[in-house]
Design a protein around this ligand. Structure first.
Ligand code: ADP
Ligand code: MG
Length: 619
């Protein structure tokens, strides 16, 4: 019955920040969730290991209860006879050695169980984390735009850890302790009398209730401590990240003073949390020892009355002490268990969320190209409005014939990017239909659609990896030659050759070590490498200077050859050669036609064109 906590039980680490649980315990729910996670993990020898682990737990507890009886019997022998007969010594030695051996077995059983069960716990943890991670990636755009990335990965991380923790503390420590209490009560009542059993049950119950009550009260202190801690850390990080501002305004002393203030808040909260912890430990000690005292007096009186031997006094007290051992962690574990419940449920809630965009049960693969390389895009009366917005796209209809280029122009916020997302089925329209090669996107396998379409987004975000990995993201199996060709086509060749690490250069988080223009060119190279049926460029060259843009436009023109292309453009000169130009305004197509036709129409497009050409000639 050893404590198996690496974390100190008498002092608490701030790292395990806690939140006030919103929902009460659903013990049964949590246990059945845990059970299902273990079963689903498909670990090798799952059933055998699980069976042995449960058996070892029960055996360990039972031996722990029985062991003191042997010692008691041994001591009784000692008290009875003082003659040094060989038989007497042998009987005493046998019982004492038996006691030691059983105690040893009782202590080894949980260790053996841990060794046997650990692979299962790890497998359950891994399965749950992977499943949640994969599921989170399938969730809608809206979900990902609303959530905080850090908190999502924390939900997964903590949820997975909580599985291990709950299995170790709840399933293999506290639940067996309840079993041990029941067995001890039976043994005490049978071997001695019911008052012994009542004392044990009562002490443990009072101990548990007081521990829960004080721990609940302490949650406020813990929260204050955690808040003070993140406040101090936040202040420090904020000042360190903004060191340039701090330095240039000579505010070092002020920043240090703010930090100091935050730290003094932490000290205060820390004192409170530690004092209340001391109170909890004190109360626990009082209850435990009162229980021991009662047990000792009871047993002593029985012994004096001759109903019990002196060894039985020892045995009764030992049984109670061994019941206490696992309770030691209760105060510390109670909070963590509560938190683990919440963490695990948060993770499972995530896996229960349904993605907005998912394959229909009868989804099909993209049929072979009808015409040339295919890529016939049709928007039919499409309307879409974001939640919490009063306006959106309304009744947008157009067709992009295979191999042609359609340009989308219009003021910022008109809905161009929204339309691009509809074409990629990152969102589904509320009315109307989007079709690719004659198939409604909702009928198409999402993976097939995304393989057929490549996007260069407005803001290209990169993985914190090498340039090579970022360019080759769409098709990591391609050779270096192909990757280099795409890089050259995106006008990245000279840039990459100029880097000391070349293609192996790491681009930093979200690609922040590259300039906006360089990121965009990586995005273009990535899309070119994907060699898709449909190419979508969402203001793909807006961050480039005009010389680079011209060079890339030549590449893009080549890439567009014979490929269905949807171009969202800010600079009209780059799309003047498009087969059709749609002018979008507040979610509606207000003009459409070729450049010539729209100029002749002398409407929105023509006035925009005049403004831009005047500006460039003035520059
Ligand atoms: P643009 O034509 O500049 O590409 P967008 O399609 O990005 O315009 O946006 C159209 C409108 O929809 C804007 O008013 C924008 O604020 C809004 N919008 C875009 N994304 C969201 C979102 N996830 N939730 C709510 N509103 C959004
Ligand atoms: Mg946009």
């Amino acid at each position: 019955m050893s404590l198996r906590f690496s974390a100190p039980s008498r002092r608490e680490s701030v790292a395990g920040a806690i939140a006030e649980p919103a929902t009460p315990f659903h013990l049964v729910q949590v246990l059945s969730d845990l059970w299902r996670l273990v079963i689903r993990s498909n670990a090798p020898q799952l059933k055998t290991r699980l069976g042995i682990a449960l058996a070892l737990t029960v055996i360990g507890k039972a031996l722990g209860v029985v062991a003191p009886l042997l010692l008691g019997a041994a001591v009784n022998r000692l008290a009875k006879g003082h003659d040094a007969a060989a038989g007497f010594a042998l009987a005493f030695a046998g019982l004492a050695v038996g006691w030691a051996v059983i105690r040893m077995l009782a202590a080894i059983a949980p260790q053996a169980r841990d060794a046997i069960f650990t692979p299962l716990a790890q497998a359950a943890q891994q399965t749950a984390a992977t499943e949640t991670f994969a599921h989170a990636l399938t969730l809608s755009m809206d979900f990902h735009q609303t959530k905080r990335t850090g908190s999502l990965s924390r939900v997964i991380d903590r949820g997975a850890r909580s599985i291990d923790f709950l299995l170790r503390t709840l399933v293999f420590n506290l639940a067996p302790t309840a079993l041990e209490l029941a067995m001890a009560a039976i043994v005490l009542a049978k071997a001695y009398d019911w008052r012994f059993a009542a004392t044990a049950v009562l002490t443990v119950t009072v101990y548990g209730v007081l521990t829960f009550a004080i721990s609940d009260w302490r949650i406020g202190h813990r929260r204050a401590l955690n808040e003070a801690d993140s406040e101090a850390a936040g202040r420090a990080v904020d000042a360190l990240m903004n060191y340039e501002t701090v330095k240039t305004f000579g505010a070092e002393a002020r920043a240090a003073a703010t930090y100091d203030q935050a730290l003094s808040g932490y000290s205060k909260a820390s004192v409170q949390a530690n004092t209340s912890l001391a109170l909890l430990n004190g109360v626990q000690a009082v209850v435990m020892n009162i229980g021991l005292g009662i047990m000792a007096v009871l047993a002593g009186m029985e012994a004096m009355a001759g109903r019990m031997g002196p060894g039985d006094v020892t045995a009764a007290i030992l049984i109670l002490i061994s019941l206490y051992a696992p309770l030691n962690i209760l105060g510390f574990a109670y909070r963590e268990i509560r938190q683990s419940f919440i963490d695990m449920e948060a993770m499972l809630d995530l896996t229960r969320q349904k993605p907005d965009v998912a394959d229909a049960p009868d989804a099909i693969d993209l049929p072979g190209a009808l015409d040339r390389r295919g890529g016939d895009i049709v928007f039919k009366g499409v309307s879409f409005r974001h939640d919490a917005r009063s306006e959106g796209l309304s009744d947008v209809s157009f067709q992009i014939a295979p191999g042609t280029t359609t340009a989308l122009v219009g003021p910022s916020g008109a809905g161009k990017t929204t339309l691009v997302r509809l074409a990629l089925r990152l969102i589904d329209p509320q009315a109307g239909q989007v079709m690719l090669d004659g198939v409604d996107l909702k009928q198409l396998k999402v993976a097939a659609l995304r393989r057929a379409v490549a996007l260069v987004p407005q803001d290209v975000a990169l993985f914190n990896d090498s340039l090579r990995a970022n360019i080759a993201f769409a098709r990591p199996e391609l050779t270096d030659d192909a990757i280099w060709a795409a890089a050259e086509a995106a006008e990245l060749g000279n840039f990459i050759r100029g880097l000391p690490d070349g293609m192996a250069t790491r681009v930093g988080e979200r690609g922040l070590k590259l300039s906006g223009g360089e990121r965009q060119r990586v995005g273009i190279a990535r899309a070119l490498l994907a060699d898709p049926r449909v190419l979508i460029l969402d203001e793909a060259t807006s961050a480039l200077d005009s010389r680079t843009e011209q060079a890339i436009q030549a590449t893009l023109r080549r890439a567009r050859q014979g490929r269905t292309t949807l171009v969202v453009a800010h600079r009209l000169s780059t799309i003047a050669d498009a087969d059709e130009i749609l002018v979008l305004k507040v979610g509606r197509v207000v003009e459409r036609g070729t450049h010539q036709a729209l100029i002749a129409l002398d409407g929105e497009y023509a006035s925009l064109w005049r403004k831009q050409t005047r500006k460039t000639s003035a520059n």
